[in-house]
Design a binder for this molecule. Structure first.
Ligand code: F0G
Length: 459
Protein backbone atom coordinates (compact mmCIF):
# COMPACT_ATOMS: atom_id res chain seq x y z
CA UNK A 1 0.00 0.00 0.00
CA UNK A 2 1.37 3.44 -0.94
CA UNK A 3 1.67 6.45 1.31
CA UNK A 4 -1.81 7.55 2.37
CA UNK A 5 -2.56 11.13 1.36
CA UNK A 6 -3.06 13.50 4.28
CA UNK A 7 -6.24 15.02 2.89
CA UNK A 8 -7.89 14.99 -0.52
CA UNK A 9 -8.96 18.60 -0.37
CA UNK A 10 -6.82 21.41 -1.72
CA UNK A 11 -5.68 24.47 0.15
CA UNK A 12 -7.99 26.88 -1.59
CA UNK A 13 -6.27 30.06 -2.66
CA UNK A 14 -7.67 31.92 -5.66
CA UNK A 15 -10.44 29.45 -6.48
CA UNK A 16 -13.24 27.25 -5.18
CA UNK A 17 -14.53 23.98 -6.55
CA UNK A 18 -18.27 24.00 -7.16
CA UNK A 19 -20.97 21.57 -8.29
CA UNK A 20 -22.29 22.34 -11.78
CA UNK A 21 -25.86 21.40 -10.75
CA UNK A 22 -26.51 22.47 -7.14
CA UNK A 23 -23.81 25.16 -7.11
CA UNK A 24 -22.52 23.98 -3.73
CA UNK A 25 -18.88 24.93 -3.14
CA UNK A 26 -17.00 21.98 -1.73
CA UNK A 27 -14.12 22.01 0.75
CA UNK A 28 -13.05 18.37 0.85
CA UNK A 29 -13.24 16.90 -2.63
CA UNK A 30 -14.49 13.30 -2.96
CA UNK A 31 -12.06 10.88 -4.67
CA UNK A 32 -14.40 10.53 -7.67
CA UNK A 33 -14.70 14.32 -8.08
CA UNK A 34 -18.48 14.15 -7.76
CA UNK A 35 -20.58 16.52 -5.66
CA UNK A 36 -21.15 14.94 -2.24
CA UNK A 37 -24.69 16.41 -2.18
CA UNK A 38 -26.09 15.57 -5.62
CA UNK A 39 -23.43 13.47 -7.37
CA UNK A 40 -22.94 15.78 -10.34
CA UNK A 41 -19.64 17.03 -11.77
CA UNK A 42 -17.53 19.79 -10.25
CA UNK A 43 -15.89 22.83 -11.80
CA UNK A 44 -13.37 25.42 -10.72
CA UNK A 45 -14.70 28.90 -10.02
CA UNK A 46 -12.85 32.14 -9.21
CA UNK A 47 -14.98 34.04 -6.64
CA UNK A 48 -12.57 36.99 -6.61
CA UNK A 49 -13.58 37.84 -10.16
CA UNK A 50 -17.05 38.80 -8.94
CA UNK A 51 -15.61 40.68 -5.98
CA UNK A 52 -13.99 43.37 -8.12
CA UNK A 53 -10.65 41.55 -8.20
CA UNK A 54 -10.80 40.18 -11.72
CA UNK A 55 -7.56 40.23 -13.72
CA UNK A 56 -7.30 43.32 -15.95
CA UNK A 57 -7.51 42.31 -19.64
CA UNK A 58 -4.95 44.80 -21.00
CA UNK A 59 -2.45 44.01 -18.23
CA UNK A 60 -2.90 40.27 -18.73
CA UNK A 61 -2.43 40.42 -22.49
CA UNK A 62 0.86 42.29 -21.98
CA UNK A 63 2.10 39.89 -19.26
CA UNK A 64 1.17 36.77 -21.23
CA UNK A 65 2.95 38.04 -24.33
CA UNK A 66 6.03 39.15 -22.41
CA UNK A 67 6.41 35.71 -20.83
CA UNK A 68 7.04 34.28 -24.29
CA UNK A 69 10.52 35.79 -24.13
CA UNK A 70 11.24 34.45 -20.63
CA UNK A 71 13.37 31.38 -19.87
CA UNK A 72 11.71 30.65 -16.51
CA UNK A 73 10.32 27.09 -16.35
CA UNK A 74 6.79 28.26 -15.59
CA UNK A 75 6.80 30.82 -18.41
CA UNK A 76 8.11 28.26 -20.91
CA UNK A 77 4.94 26.26 -20.32
CA UNK A 78 2.12 27.30 -22.64
CA UNK A 79 -0.23 26.42 -19.79
CA UNK A 80 1.34 28.03 -16.70
CA UNK A 81 2.10 31.16 -18.75
CA UNK A 82 -1.61 31.89 -18.20
CA UNK A 83 -1.46 31.24 -14.45
CA UNK A 84 -3.55 34.29 -13.42
CA UNK A 85 -6.63 32.46 -14.76
CA UNK A 86 -5.64 29.04 -13.38
CA UNK A 87 -6.08 27.56 -9.91
CA UNK A 88 -3.14 28.63 -7.79
CA UNK A 89 -0.62 26.13 -6.43
CA UNK A 90 0.74 26.63 -2.89
CA UNK A 91 4.17 26.86 -4.46
CA UNK A 92 4.41 27.68 -8.17
CA UNK A 93 7.86 26.07 -8.32
CA UNK A 94 6.25 22.70 -7.60
CA UNK A 95 4.41 22.56 -10.94
CA UNK A 96 5.22 19.40 -12.90
CA UNK A 97 5.76 20.62 -16.44
CA UNK A 98 7.12 19.34 -19.75
CA UNK A 99 6.77 22.68 -21.59
CA UNK A 100 3.32 21.74 -22.78
CA UNK A 101 1.13 24.03 -24.84
CA UNK A 102 2.70 26.57 -27.23
CA UNK A 103 1.23 24.55 -30.08
CA UNK A 104 1.12 25.81 -33.68
CA UNK A 105 -1.83 27.27 -35.52
CA UNK A 106 -1.62 26.12 -39.14
CA UNK A 107 -3.42 27.29 -42.28
CA UNK A 108 -5.13 24.39 -44.07
CA UNK A 109 -5.60 25.72 -47.62
CA UNK A 110 -6.37 22.43 -49.38
CA UNK A 111 -8.70 21.25 -46.64
CA UNK A 112 -10.41 24.66 -46.70
CA UNK A 113 -10.95 24.29 -50.43
CA UNK A 114 -12.31 20.78 -50.03
CA UNK A 115 -14.68 21.86 -47.23
CA UNK A 116 -15.77 25.03 -49.02
CA UNK A 117 -14.50 27.70 -46.59
CA UNK A 118 -12.09 30.52 -47.33
CA UNK A 119 -10.37 30.74 -43.95
CA UNK A 120 -9.56 27.41 -42.33
CA UNK A 121 -6.94 26.92 -39.63
CA UNK A 122 -5.98 24.10 -37.29
CA UNK A 123 -4.75 24.44 -33.73
CA UNK A 124 -2.57 21.34 -33.50
CA UNK A 125 -2.73 20.06 -29.96
CA UNK A 126 -1.01 16.90 -31.16
CA UNK A 127 2.22 18.93 -31.04
CA UNK A 128 2.28 18.69 -27.24
CA UNK A 129 5.11 16.75 -25.50
CA UNK A 130 3.34 13.38 -25.52
CA UNK A 131 1.52 14.06 -28.78
CA UNK A 132 -1.95 14.99 -27.58
CA UNK A 133 -3.95 17.81 -25.99
CA UNK A 134 -4.06 15.83 -22.73
CA UNK A 135 -0.72 17.31 -21.62
CA UNK A 136 -2.22 20.77 -21.10
CA UNK A 137 -4.67 19.43 -18.52
CA UNK A 138 -2.31 16.88 -17.07
CA UNK A 139 0.32 19.39 -15.95
CA UNK A 140 -2.27 21.18 -13.79
CA UNK A 141 -4.12 18.18 -12.33
CA UNK A 142 -1.01 16.15 -11.52
CA UNK A 143 0.61 19.16 -9.85
CA UNK A 144 -2.42 19.30 -7.54
CA UNK A 145 -2.15 15.53 -6.97
CA UNK A 146 1.43 15.94 -5.75
CA UNK A 147 0.53 19.02 -3.71
CA UNK A 148 -2.09 16.85 -1.97
CA UNK A 149 0.65 14.31 -1.21
CA UNK A 150 -0.62 11.46 -3.35
CA UNK A 151 1.95 8.87 -4.38
CA UNK A 152 -0.30 7.10 -6.92
CA UNK A 153 -2.30 8.60 -9.80
CA UNK A 154 -4.65 6.69 -12.13
CA UNK A 155 -6.83 7.00 -15.20
CA UNK A 156 -9.04 4.92 -17.45
CA UNK A 157 -8.17 5.80 -21.00
CA UNK A 158 -8.52 5.22 -24.72
CA UNK A 159 -4.75 5.78 -24.83
CA UNK A 160 -3.84 9.45 -24.87
CA UNK A 161 -4.72 10.37 -21.29
CA UNK A 162 -2.73 7.36 -20.12
CA UNK A 163 0.32 8.26 -22.22
CA UNK A 164 0.20 11.79 -20.87
CA UNK A 165 -0.39 10.78 -17.26
CA UNK A 166 2.44 8.24 -17.39
CA UNK A 167 4.89 10.89 -18.65
CA UNK A 168 3.92 13.52 -16.10
CA UNK A 169 3.93 10.98 -13.25
CA UNK A 170 7.44 9.96 -14.28
CA UNK A 171 8.56 13.62 -14.31
CA UNK A 172 6.97 14.20 -10.91
CA UNK A 173 8.46 10.98 -9.46
CA UNK A 174 4.98 9.62 -8.82
CA UNK A 175 3.54 6.19 -9.61
CA UNK A 176 0.79 5.71 -12.15
CA UNK A 177 -1.91 3.11 -12.77
CA UNK A 178 -3.23 2.91 -16.32
CA UNK A 179 -6.51 1.06 -16.98
CA UNK A 180 -7.19 0.58 -20.70
CA UNK A 181 -9.46 -1.58 -22.85
CA UNK A 182 -7.57 -4.64 -24.10
CA UNK A 183 -6.93 -4.50 -27.85
CA UNK A 184 -8.81 -1.23 -28.35
CA UNK A 185 -6.05 1.37 -28.16
CA UNK A 186 -3.46 2.41 -30.74
CA UNK A 187 0.02 0.90 -30.31
CA UNK A 188 1.77 4.26 -30.22
CA UNK A 189 -0.18 5.19 -27.12
CA UNK A 190 0.29 1.88 -25.32
CA UNK A 191 4.02 1.96 -26.02
CA UNK A 192 4.28 5.41 -24.44
CA UNK A 193 2.58 4.32 -21.27
CA UNK A 194 4.97 1.35 -20.93
CA UNK A 195 8.04 3.44 -21.69
CA UNK A 196 7.15 6.08 -19.11
CA UNK A 197 6.89 3.34 -16.52
CA UNK A 198 3.16 3.19 -15.78
CA UNK A 199 1.65 0.10 -14.16
CA UNK A 200 -0.49 -0.78 -17.18
CA UNK A 201 -3.59 -3.00 -16.93
CA UNK A 202 -5.41 -4.03 -20.11
CA UNK A 203 -8.94 -4.99 -19.07
CA UNK A 204 -11.20 -7.26 -21.11
CA UNK A 205 -13.83 -4.58 -21.61
CA UNK A 206 -14.29 -1.24 -23.36
CA UNK A 207 -13.44 2.30 -22.13
CA UNK A 208 -16.77 2.63 -20.31
CA UNK A 209 -16.08 -0.67 -18.50
CA UNK A 210 -12.61 0.61 -17.51
CA UNK A 211 -14.19 3.73 -15.99
CA UNK A 212 -16.54 1.55 -13.89
CA UNK A 213 -13.66 -0.56 -12.56
CA UNK A 214 -11.49 2.44 -11.79
CA UNK A 215 -14.32 4.15 -9.91
CA UNK A 216 -14.35 1.22 -7.53
CA UNK A 217 -10.55 1.20 -7.20
CA UNK A 218 -10.41 4.85 -6.14
CA UNK A 219 -12.94 4.16 -3.39
CA UNK A 220 -10.76 1.35 -2.04
CA UNK A 221 -7.24 2.69 -2.50
CA UNK A 222 -5.56 6.09 -1.93
CA UNK A 223 -5.08 7.00 -5.55
CA UNK A 224 -5.69 10.30 -7.33
CA UNK A 225 -8.06 10.18 -10.30
CA UNK A 226 -6.80 11.93 -13.43
CA UNK A 227 -9.72 11.42 -15.81
CA UNK A 228 -11.40 14.55 -17.14
CA UNK A 229 -14.05 14.48 -14.38
CA UNK A 230 -11.14 15.99 -12.43
CA UNK A 231 -11.90 19.73 -12.83
CA UNK A 232 -8.21 20.66 -12.60
CA UNK A 233 -7.64 18.82 -15.90
CA UNK A 234 -10.14 21.09 -17.64
CA UNK A 235 -8.47 24.19 -16.19
CA UNK A 236 -5.23 23.28 -17.95
CA UNK A 237 -7.01 22.35 -21.18
CA UNK A 238 -8.68 25.77 -21.05
CA UNK A 239 -5.41 27.47 -21.90
CA UNK A 240 -5.31 26.22 -25.49
CA UNK A 241 -8.31 28.47 -26.22
CA UNK A 242 -6.54 31.47 -24.67
CA UNK A 243 -3.38 30.67 -26.61
CA UNK A 244 -5.45 30.38 -29.80
CA UNK A 245 -6.96 33.83 -29.22
CA UNK A 246 -3.49 35.25 -28.60
CA UNK A 247 -2.25 33.70 -31.86
CA UNK A 248 -5.15 35.40 -33.65
CA UNK A 249 -4.23 38.76 -32.05
CA UNK A 250 -7.40 38.48 -29.95
CA UNK A 251 -9.66 38.32 -33.01
CA UNK A 252 -12.37 35.74 -32.26
CA UNK A 253 -12.94 33.13 -34.98
CA UNK A 254 -16.53 32.50 -36.09
CA UNK A 255 -16.34 28.75 -35.46
CA UNK A 256 -14.24 26.37 -33.36
CA UNK A 257 -14.75 22.67 -34.13
CA UNK A 258 -13.79 20.00 -31.60
CA UNK A 259 -13.92 16.19 -31.56
CA UNK A 260 -16.20 14.77 -28.86
CA UNK A 261 -15.39 11.67 -26.79
CA UNK A 262 -15.74 11.89 -23.02
CA UNK A 263 -16.62 15.56 -23.70
CA UNK A 264 -14.09 17.20 -21.39
CA UNK A 265 -12.19 19.12 -24.04
CA UNK A 266 -15.04 21.05 -25.64
CA UNK A 267 -16.26 21.85 -22.11
CA UNK A 268 -12.82 23.19 -21.20
CA UNK A 269 -12.52 25.29 -24.36
CA UNK A 270 -16.03 26.65 -23.86
CA UNK A 271 -15.20 27.62 -20.27
CA UNK A 272 -12.12 29.47 -21.49
CA UNK A 273 -13.92 31.45 -24.20
CA UNK A 274 -16.72 32.37 -21.79
CA UNK A 275 -14.20 33.45 -19.14
CA UNK A 276 -12.19 35.52 -21.64
CA UNK A 277 -15.38 37.31 -22.69
CA UNK A 278 -16.38 37.83 -19.07
CA UNK A 279 -12.96 39.35 -18.27
CA UNK A 280 -13.11 41.60 -21.34
CA UNK A 281 -10.09 39.96 -23.01
CA UNK A 282 -12.32 39.53 -26.08
CA UNK A 283 -15.76 40.89 -26.88
CA UNK A 284 -17.33 37.96 -28.73
CA UNK A 285 -17.61 34.17 -28.63
CA UNK A 286 -16.93 31.62 -31.35
CA UNK A 287 -19.63 29.03 -32.00
CA UNK A 288 -18.16 25.83 -30.53
CA UNK A 289 -19.37 22.71 -32.35
CA UNK A 290 -18.71 19.10 -31.39
CA UNK A 291 -18.23 16.29 -33.90
CA UNK A 292 -18.62 12.62 -33.00
CA UNK A 293 -18.08 9.37 -34.87
CA UNK A 294 -21.41 7.78 -35.91
CA UNK A 295 -20.44 4.72 -33.89
CA UNK A 296 -19.89 6.73 -30.69
CA UNK A 297 -22.57 9.39 -31.03
CA UNK A 298 -23.95 9.72 -27.54
CA UNK A 299 -23.95 13.53 -27.46
CA UNK A 300 -25.42 13.71 -30.96
CA UNK A 301 -28.32 11.52 -29.88
CA UNK A 302 -28.67 13.27 -26.52
CA UNK A 303 -29.12 16.63 -28.26
CA UNK A 304 -31.30 15.40 -31.12
CA UNK A 305 -33.49 12.98 -29.17
CA UNK A 306 -33.85 14.67 -25.76
CA UNK A 307 -32.93 18.27 -26.55
CA UNK A 308 -29.86 17.84 -24.32
CA UNK A 309 -31.91 16.94 -21.24
CA UNK A 310 -31.11 13.24 -20.75
CA UNK A 311 -27.96 11.32 -21.66
CA UNK A 312 -28.46 8.66 -24.34
CA UNK A 313 -25.62 6.16 -23.78
CA UNK A 314 -24.54 4.00 -26.73
CA UNK A 315 -22.50 0.85 -27.34
CA UNK A 316 -19.47 2.54 -28.92
CA UNK A 317 -17.64 1.23 -31.97
CA UNK A 318 -15.32 3.22 -34.23
CA UNK A 319 -11.77 2.91 -35.57
CA UNK A 320 -11.19 6.41 -34.20
CA UNK A 321 -10.35 4.58 -30.97
CA UNK A 322 -9.56 7.75 -29.00
CA UNK A 323 -13.27 8.65 -29.06
CA UNK A 324 -14.67 5.12 -28.75
CA UNK A 325 -16.79 6.16 -25.76
CA UNK A 326 -20.47 5.43 -25.21
CA UNK A 327 -21.19 7.01 -21.84
CA UNK A 328 -19.49 10.42 -21.81
CA UNK A 329 -18.93 11.87 -18.33
CA UNK A 330 -19.00 15.57 -19.20
CA UNK A 331 -22.14 15.60 -21.36
CA UNK A 332 -23.93 18.22 -19.23
CA UNK A 333 -20.96 20.60 -19.37
CA UNK A 334 -20.84 20.03 -23.10
CA UNK A 335 -24.53 20.79 -23.67
CA UNK A 336 -24.07 23.97 -21.63
CA UNK A 337 -21.24 25.07 -23.95
CA UNK A 338 -23.25 24.29 -27.09
CA UNK A 339 -26.10 26.41 -25.73
CA UNK A 340 -23.93 29.28 -24.49
CA UNK A 341 -22.00 29.63 -27.75
CA UNK A 342 -24.68 28.67 -30.27
CA UNK A 343 -22.68 25.68 -31.56
CA UNK A 344 -24.08 22.40 -32.80
CA UNK A 345 -23.27 18.70 -32.71
CA UNK A 346 -22.75 16.56 -35.83
CA UNK A 347 -21.81 12.94 -36.49
CA UNK A 348 -19.60 11.52 -39.25
CA UNK A 349 -19.10 8.09 -40.81
CA UNK A 350 -15.95 5.97 -40.79
CA UNK A 351 -15.34 6.73 -44.48
CA UNK A 352 -15.77 10.47 -43.90
CA UNK A 353 -13.24 10.29 -41.04
CA UNK A 354 -10.73 8.34 -43.14
CA UNK A 355 -10.96 10.75 -46.10
CA UNK A 356 -10.66 13.81 -43.84
CA UNK A 357 -7.64 12.33 -42.02
CA UNK A 358 -5.84 11.77 -45.31
CA UNK A 359 -6.73 15.29 -46.51
CA UNK A 360 -5.25 16.84 -43.35
CA UNK A 361 -2.12 14.79 -44.08
CA UNK A 362 -2.09 16.09 -47.65
CA UNK A 363 -1.90 19.64 -46.25
CA UNK A 364 1.40 18.59 -44.64
CA UNK A 365 -0.04 18.56 -41.12
CA UNK A 366 -1.45 15.12 -40.28
CA UNK A 367 -3.35 13.92 -37.22
CA UNK A 368 -4.82 10.77 -35.69
CA UNK A 369 -8.30 9.57 -36.78
CA UNK A 370 -10.23 11.08 -33.84
CA UNK A 371 -8.92 14.56 -34.69
CA UNK A 372 -10.04 14.24 -38.31
CA UNK A 373 -13.72 14.13 -37.36
CA UNK A 374 -13.41 17.92 -37.17
CA UNK A 375 -12.79 18.36 -40.91
CA UNK A 376 -15.33 15.67 -41.78
CA UNK A 377 -17.89 17.47 -39.60
CA UNK A 378 -17.03 20.87 -41.02
CA UNK A 379 -17.86 19.63 -44.53
CA UNK A 380 -21.32 18.66 -43.33
CA UNK A 381 -21.82 21.95 -41.48
CA UNK A 382 -20.93 23.90 -44.63
CA UNK A 383 -23.37 21.80 -46.67
CA UNK A 384 -26.16 22.38 -44.14
CA UNK A 385 -25.47 26.14 -44.14
CA UNK A 386 -24.51 26.26 -40.43
CA UNK A 387 -21.01 27.41 -41.44
CA UNK A 388 -20.92 30.02 -44.22
CA UNK A 389 -18.06 29.98 -46.77
CA UNK A 390 -16.82 33.43 -45.71
CA UNK A 391 -16.67 32.62 -41.98
CA UNK A 392 -13.38 31.84 -40.20
CA UNK A 393 -13.04 28.33 -38.82
CA UNK A 394 -10.51 26.73 -36.46
CA UNK A 395 -10.32 22.95 -36.14
CA UNK A 396 -8.88 21.56 -32.90
CA UNK A 397 -6.58 18.69 -33.89
CA UNK A 398 -6.19 16.68 -30.72
CA UNK A 399 -3.63 13.97 -31.50
CA UNK A 400 -0.41 13.52 -33.50
CA UNK A 401 -0.36 11.56 -36.76
CA UNK A 402 2.17 9.06 -35.33
CA UNK A 403 -0.15 8.00 -32.52
CA UNK A 404 -1.88 5.48 -34.78
CA UNK A 405 0.40 4.49 -37.69
CA UNK A 406 -1.33 1.13 -38.05
CA UNK A 407 -4.54 2.89 -39.15
CA UNK A 408 -2.60 5.00 -41.65
CA UNK A 409 -0.67 2.10 -43.20
CA UNK A 410 -3.75 -0.11 -43.46
CA UNK A 411 -5.70 2.78 -44.97
CA UNK A 412 -3.18 3.43 -47.74
CA UNK A 413 -2.74 -0.28 -48.48
CA UNK A 414 -6.52 -0.68 -48.74
CA UNK A 415 -6.54 -3.13 -45.79
CA UNK A 416 -8.70 -1.14 -43.38
CA UNK A 417 -11.97 -2.76 -42.31
CA UNK A 418 -14.35 -0.33 -40.66
CA UNK A 419 -17.50 -1.02 -38.64
CA UNK A 420 -20.90 -0.69 -40.35
CA UNK A 421 -19.57 -0.61 -43.93
CA UNK A 422 -18.54 -3.28 -46.44
CA UNK A 423 -14.79 -3.26 -47.28
CA UNK A 424 -15.47 -2.75 -50.99
CA UNK A 425 -17.66 0.30 -50.40
CA UNK A 426 -15.11 1.80 -47.99
CA UNK A 427 -12.32 1.30 -50.53
CA UNK A 428 -14.37 2.98 -53.26
CA UNK A 429 -15.21 5.98 -51.08
CA UNK A 430 -11.56 6.47 -50.07
CA UNK A 431 -9.85 5.59 -53.38
CA UNK A 432 -8.84 9.17 -54.21
CA UNK A 433 -6.94 9.65 -50.95
CA UNK A 434 -5.11 6.31 -50.80
CA UNK A 435 -1.45 6.14 -51.86
CA UNK A 436 -0.10 2.63 -51.40
CA UNK A 437 3.69 2.08 -51.37
CA UNK A 438 5.01 0.06 -54.32
CA UNK A 439 7.66 -2.65 -54.18
CA UNK A 440 10.25 -2.55 -57.01
CA UNK A 441 13.53 -4.13 -58.05
CA UNK A 442 16.59 -2.28 -56.76
CA UNK A 443 17.38 -0.42 -59.97
CA UNK A 444 17.21 3.21 -61.03
CA UNK A 445 15.40 2.12 -64.19
CA UNK A 446 12.59 0.49 -62.24
CA UNK A 447 12.12 3.56 -60.01
CA UNK A 448 12.31 5.98 -62.97
CA UNK A 449 9.73 3.99 -64.95
CA UNK A 450 7.37 4.10 -61.98
CA UNK A 451 8.08 7.81 -61.46
CA UNK A 452 7.27 8.64 -65.08
CA UNK A 453 4.02 6.72 -64.89
CA UNK A 454 3.13 8.58 -61.70
CA UNK A 455 3.99 11.93 -63.27
CA UNK A 456 1.74 11.19 -66.26
CA UNK A 457 -1.09 10.09 -63.98
CA UNK A 458 -0.92 13.25 -61.81
CA UNK A 459 -0.27 15.65 -64.73
N1 F0G B 1 -9.18 13.35 -29.59
C1 F0G B 1 -8.25 12.58 -29.05
C2 F0G B 1 -7.00 12.33 -29.81
C3 F0G B 1 -8.47 11.99 -27.78
O1 F0G B 1 -7.54 11.22 -27.24
C4 F0G B 1 -9.69 12.24 -27.11
C5 F0G B 1 -9.97 11.63 -25.81
C6 F0G B 1 -10.62 13.08 -27.73
C7 F0G B 1 -10.33 13.63 -28.97
C8 F0G B 1 -11.91 13.43 -27.10
O2 F0G B 1 -11.74 14.36 -26.07
O3 F0G B 1 -12.80 13.07 -24.25
O4 F0G B 1 -12.32 15.48 -24.00
O5 F0G B 1 -14.12 14.71 -25.53
N2 F0G B 1 -9.28 10.76 -25.27
C9 F0G B 1 -9.45 10.25 -23.91
C10 F0G B 1 -8.28 9.37 -23.51
C11 F0G B 1 -10.76 9.76 -23.57
O6 F0G B 1 -8.44 8.51 -22.62
O7 F0G B 1 -7.19 9.53 -24.05
P1 F0G B 1 -12.81 14.42 -24.88
Amino acid sequence: MGIAPSDHSTVVRNHVVRCISCGEATGAIAPDFRCVHCGDLLEVDFPNWSAGLAPDPAVQKAIWRERRTSNQALDLSGVWRFREVLPELDDWASAITLREGNTPLYDLPRCGHSAGVERLQAKHQGMNPTGSFKDTGMTVAISFARQNKFEWVACASTGNTSASMAAYAARGRMRSLVVIPDGKIAWGKLSQSLDYGAFTCQLRTDFDGCVRVLNEIIRRYPIYLLNSVNPYRLEGQKTSAIELLEQLDWQVPDHVIVPGGNLGNNSALGKAFLEMKRLGVVDALPKISVIQAEGANSLYRTVHETNGKQLVPVEADTLATAIRIGNPASWKKSVRVLEATGGCVEQVSEAEIAVARAEIGADGVGCEPASAVTLAGLKKLVKSGFVRPTESVVLILTGHVLKDPEYTIKFHRGDLSVPRMADAEFRTLTAKQRKAPIVLDASADAVLRALEAEDKRDG
